[in-house]
Design a protein around this ligand. Structure first.
Ligand code: SF4
Length: 91
C-alpha cells in the first residue's frame, strides 16, 4: 500500500476548514462508505477504515481530489460537487 502524504495532508486540511460544498460532499461519500462491505467499523467514527486502501474514511471523505475511492463508488457525488478539471491540459 502506497502512502501519499500530500493527499492525506490535503484531506486533513480540508476537513478542518471545509467549504459548504466540501461538507456536503464528505457527507455523501460517508453515506456510501457506511453501506460498503469494504468498510471496517463505522464511517462516522474516527476508527472507520477502508479495507481496500487502509484510509480512515472520516478524514478521507474530505479529500478535494476525485476518484480516491479504490472501488470507484464516490464518482456520483464527486461529479455533482467537484467541477474543476483534474488533469492539466493546454486549454
Ligand atoms: S472508500 Fe470506497 S471502497 Fe473504501 S469503504 Fe468507502 S466506499 Fe468502500
Amino acid at each position: 500500500m502506497k502512502i501519499d502524504i500530500f493527499k492525506i495532508g490535503s484531506a486533513i486540511l480540508t476537513r478542518f476548514n471545509p467549504t459548504p460544498d466540501q461538507i456536503e460532499l464528505a457527507k455523501a461519500r460517508l453515506e456510501i462508505c457506511s453501506t460498503c462491505p469494504s468498510l471496517r467499523g463505522k464511517a462516522t467514527e474516527e476508527s472507520g477504515q477502508c479495507k481496500l486502501c487502509g484510509c480512515f474514511v472520516k478524514s478521507k471523505a474530505f479529500t478535494p481530489q476525485k476518484n480516491q475511492c479504490p472501488d470507484g463508488k464516490w464518482s456520483l457525488p464527486e461529479d455533482k460537487y467537484i467541477k474543476y478539471k483534474q488533469k492539466k491540459t493546454l486549454i
